[in-house]
Ligand binder design. Structure first.
Ligand SMILES: C[S@@+](CC[C@H](N)C(=O)[O-])C[C@H]1O[C@@H](n2cnc3c(N)ncnc32)[C@H](O)[C@@H]1O
Length: 259
């Protein structure tokens, strides 16, 4: 039979647990909103529309200084984004904090690294191409919009709210154990293995006016996507074994029909 002291300790523990789960929920919610703001800003930053600071505006420096600063910003993002996505990091994280907030922390830090990039990015205004034919220019703008739509649509195909950490904190709040992400191949994932990355590549390259700064951004992020695919697929093979190997043998990486 429990004593009054034990019952009081029990209710304190339950209360502390509730506060912890509520804080995790708020943290996940705020991280998601920061991600959403950063994602919407990214569309404006790359397309040069609406937002105050774009890929072609900012403090003027020599081209060499701009290249060095921009490469440092891209490297910081790549190291954070790839490093924290690895299984080893996730295991380390679980030793210090609840796995329920691991994805939200990843999303929050990736968003902050991107926000820093948008803020500090230096323009390199030399024109690489400038499409004058209005039909072609509109096609390029349409391609850019299509790229961003593919990114968003594909994230919903494999579970948008889980990718960005909300499912985990809501489940944790409701007292459920955080389940690992399931392997899925709906819709576009039957045609190619990486529709989100393809969407980014289309959005970054499809522009009526390509400056040297924009070209640097598109080239480095595209190269990074290929490194990201290599690392991500290594993890997916480790997690899902033959199921992922068979999928990789059957389905193209980025362009349907080209493996
Ligand atoms: C930013 S998403 C990119 C997904 C995919 N590479 C793409 O381009 O559409 C990265 C996360 O998606 C997960 N992922 C990749 N392919 C998946 C699939 N077919 N089903 C479920 N999760 C997947 C990875 O494990 C990783 O956590």
């Amino acid at each position: 039979m429990s004593t009054a002291i034990e019952r009081e300790q029990g209710s304190h523990t339950a209360f502390a647990n509730f506060i912890g789960r509520t804080l995790a929920l708020c943290y996940g919610g705020v991280s998601y909103l920061i991600f959403l703001g950063t994602f919407l800003y990214a569309i404006g930053f790359v397309s040069g529309l609406i937002v105050p600071k774009t890929i072609d505006t900012g403090a003027k420096t020599s081209a060499l200084t701009a290249v060095c600063i921009n490469l440092a910003l891209l490297t910081l993002f790549a190291v954070q984004h790839s490093g924290m996505a690895r299984q080893g990091f996730k295991r380390l994280f679980a030793r210090f904090a609840s796995p329920a907030i691991e994805r939200s922390t990843y999303v929050l830090l990736a968003s902050l690294a991107l926000a820093l990039l948008f803020w500090q990015w230096r323009p390199i205004p030399a024109i690489v191409w400038d499409i004058e034919t209005s039909l072609l220019a509109n096609l390029a703008i349409g391609g850019m919009g299509l790229g961003w739509l593919i990114v968003l649509y594909s994230s919903f195909l494999i579970s948008h709210f889980e990718l960005f950490g909300l499912t985990q904190v809501v489940g944790h709040f409701a007292g459920r154990v955080v389940a690992p992400m399931k392997f899925k191949t709906p819709g576009l994932y039957r045609l190619i293995r990486h529709p989100i990355y393809l969407g980014f590549i289309i959005a970054f390259w499809s522009t009526p006016t390509m400056t040297a700064g924009h070209l640097l951004f598109a080239a480095v992020t595209t190269a990074y996507i290929f490194v990201g695919i290599y690392l991500e697929e290594r993890d997916l093979v480790a997690l899902f074994g033959d199921e992922y190997r068979r999928y990789r043998a059957r389905v193209a990486m980025l362009i349907p029909g080209i493996r």
